[in-house]
Design a protein around this ligand. Structure first.
Ligand code: UDP
Ligand code: MG
Length: 305
């Protein structure tokens, strides 16, 4: 039996030493063999040489290096593609996800689960970030019919058969935590407190974070298209009410409603609604375009396996 742990890292030179020693020590306590697949997502600092050094120290610490920065989710996918284990794990490279928990996950899986995902009870992060996450996950839960568990990220352990199903999916927009929940099987959450970063700053720029948020919504919900329809219905209802009022006034009382200002406002308002609707449709068109091009989601440059 083998456990494969995938860790994506991007410009984490300050982290590698501690990441290596703490994760190795934590996985030594598992009753099965393990391998670590650390994916260097196109780092520009000393991350790769440090990873190579770690590989020298222990062969079980394997390294993949991508040809450029493809993003957190793509880096994880690259690692998953190389995982040989019967059990698979994912964790961030900044030690915000304590590797010691994999023993608990493993024990939980022996109860017959295929997926054990971590649920963040507390986050040690800026309050606006905490709020944004909380609101986002609840919105996503509302919008998507799939029950994507609240407040759970990629930190998890799952079985080989779950991995095989996940890898067989040809999707371009990667929202792994959604796919992991979508595949079904017996899943359970495991509560933990999410630590702050051990060193360095976040590698998730606001742009990347928004991209991930959009991927979650557009891949797991049809709400955006329906929303256009709702806007339309509201507009029609309002215009009907207003026509009755206007026509009534005109024919029953002979009053003509004056209306340059209201006319201009209405034109702007509906112009805005139409542009927003086009943007939403455009997002789907873009996604169809991405899917049809079918470009690889990552390119592996070097392997130390
Ligand atoms: N990461 C990555 N590629 C990226 C951005 C981040 O591989 O383009 C890695 C990063 O090194 C870390 C993990 O993904 O190991 C999570 O990123 P981070 O901790 O910066 O995100 P946050 O926890 O702040 O949301
Ligand atoms: Mg982090």
């Amino acid at each position: 039996m083998l456990f494969s742990l995938v860790i994506p890292v991007y410009n984490e030179e300050k982290m590698i030493g501690e990441l290596f020693s703490r994760t190795m020590a934590a996985l030594e306590r598992l009753p099965i063999e393990f391998e670590i697949i650390c994916v260097d997502d196109g780092s520009k600092d000393a991350t790769y040489p440090l990873l190579a050094e770690a590989h020298q120290k222990d062969e079980r610490f394997k390294v993949l290096s991508l040809s450029r920065n493809f993003g957190h989710q793509a880096a994880i996918l690259a690692g998953l593609n190389h995982a040989k284990g019967d059990y698979i794990g994912i964790m961030d490279g900044d030690l915000q996800d304590p590797p010691e928990l994999f023993l608990d996950f493993y024990n939980k899986m022996q109860e017959g689960y295929d997926v054990v995902y971590a649920v963040r009870k507390k986050r040690k992060e800026a309050f606006y970030k905490k709020w944004a996450y909380a609101i986002y996950y609840r919105l996503l839960g509302r919008m998507s019919g799939e029950k994507i568990p609240l407040d759970s990220g990629d930190f998890s352990m799952f079985s080989r058969r779950v991995l095989d199903v996940m890898l067989a999916m040809p999707e371009q927009s990667l929202f792994l935590r959604g796919i992991r929940s979508w595949v079904g099987f017996r899943q359970t959450g495991f509560e933990y407190e999410r630590d702050g970063r051990a060193a360095g700053e976040t590698k998730y720029s606001l742009g990347k974070l928004l991209r991930l948020a959009m991927d979650g919504i557009f891949s797991f919900s049809r709400f955006p298209v329906k929303f256009i329809g709702y806007l339309g219905i509201v507009a029609v209802v309002f215009s009907m009410i207003y026509s009755f009022i206007a026509l009534g006034k005109r024919f029953l009382w002979g009053e003509v409603i004056e209306g340059y200002t209201s006319l201009v406002l209405i034109i702007f308002f509906f112009g805005g609604i139409q542009l927003i609707s086009l943007r939403i449709l455009g997002e789907y068109v873009n996604r169809i375009y991405d899917e049809s091009r079918g470009r690889p989601l990552f390119i592996v440059k070097d392997k130390l396996l």
